[in-house]
Design a protein around this ligand. Structure first.
Ligand code: V0D
Length: 259
């Protein structure tokens, strides 16, 4: 497609987005970087580099639209099984991202949050992330939630253990244990559940990402690999989302009475 045609397509989609029905919270599994690189005969890390450019562009895009929260799956608890060189490269990306973007995040009033067990990360990775959490803690705009060394089942187990110890201390009783209480002990406490999950790369799975929080989330999949993911795809996902009827488990609202 020509550049001009592509821009018109993008603009057409942007015009279709209803500003009063935006998803509050969007979650993205940033998948397909390794495959993108391999297809080009490049090392996997070249895909992660390109994936970083996409991330930066999509943060700008979400901010411009007025999205209030963006959760990004950057590194799963399973990703430690990858070759050590690739893991070492990935562990430098938070620092690199923040060196490049922190000033812009401050300008945009974006608050960084993290989901995952940061205690198992290399010290430099942790330091970079903790610095960003502290520096952006006072920002009141979009929340940018990075899932690093994250797995949803272990997040739920961790919440369970925390609640158990609070019960043992006598701070809660059995009847106090509700869905709301468990939600408040997840990494995403105080963030509403995602309205929309985007998964690029052709995989049609949740892969242990935010299992609890995704209960009523609308899911959107594309075969496009993350490094090739553009504004056009982001807009398409939101337009499709807005065309769906969300019921949160309740029954369909009757539009006309049946004859
Ligand atoms: C590689 C594409 C930003 C997906 C984007 C540790 C895979 C680039 C961060 C980041 C990664 C994390 C925390 C934070 C600030 C930035 C990141 C990892 C991988 C894994 F506070 N990009 N990014 N983290 N990639």
């Amino acid at each position: 497609m020509q550049n001009k045609e592509k821009l018109t397509k993008e603009f057409e989609l942007l015009k279709q987005i209803k500003r009063d029905k935006l998803p509050f919270h969007i979650a993205i599994i940033m998948d397909g970087n390794g495959r993108w690189a391999r297809k080009r005969g490049l090392p996997r890390i070249a895909g992660h580099k390109k994936g970083m450019d996409t991330l930066i562009e999509m943060v700008t895009c979400a901010h411009e639209l007025g999205i209030r929260a963006l959760s990004l799956y950057a590194f799963s608890t399973e990703n430690w099984k990858r070759p050590s060189l690739e893991v070492e490269f990935l562990m430098r990306l938070p620092e690199e991202y923040l060196k490049k973007e922190l000033a812009r995040l401050m300008e945009k009033n974006i608050k960084i949050r993290a989901a995952g067990d940061l205690s198992q990360l290399p010290q430099r990775t942790r330091d970079a992330m903790e610095k960003a959490l502290i520096e952006t803690a006072g920002n009141t705009g979009m929340v940018l939630n990075f899932a690093v060394n994250y797995g949803a089942r272990s997040e739920i187990v961790r919440a369970f253990k925390k609640i158990l110890s609070l019960v043992q201390e006598g701070r809660y009783q059995e009847d106090d244990i509700t869905e709301e209480l468990l939600s408040r002990h997840l990494y995403t406490s105080n963030l509403p559940d995602p309205d929309l999950l985007i998964r690029p790369s052709g995989e049609v799975r949740i892969s242990n990402f935010m299992l609890w929080q995704l209960a009523y989330t609308e899911l959107w999949f594309t075969k496009t690999l993350w490094p090739d993911f553009k504004r056009e795809h982001f807009y398409r996902a939101i337009v499709d989302y807005q065309g769906r009827e969300r019921r949160f488990g309740s029954i369909k609202k009757k539009v006309r009475s049946s004859i």
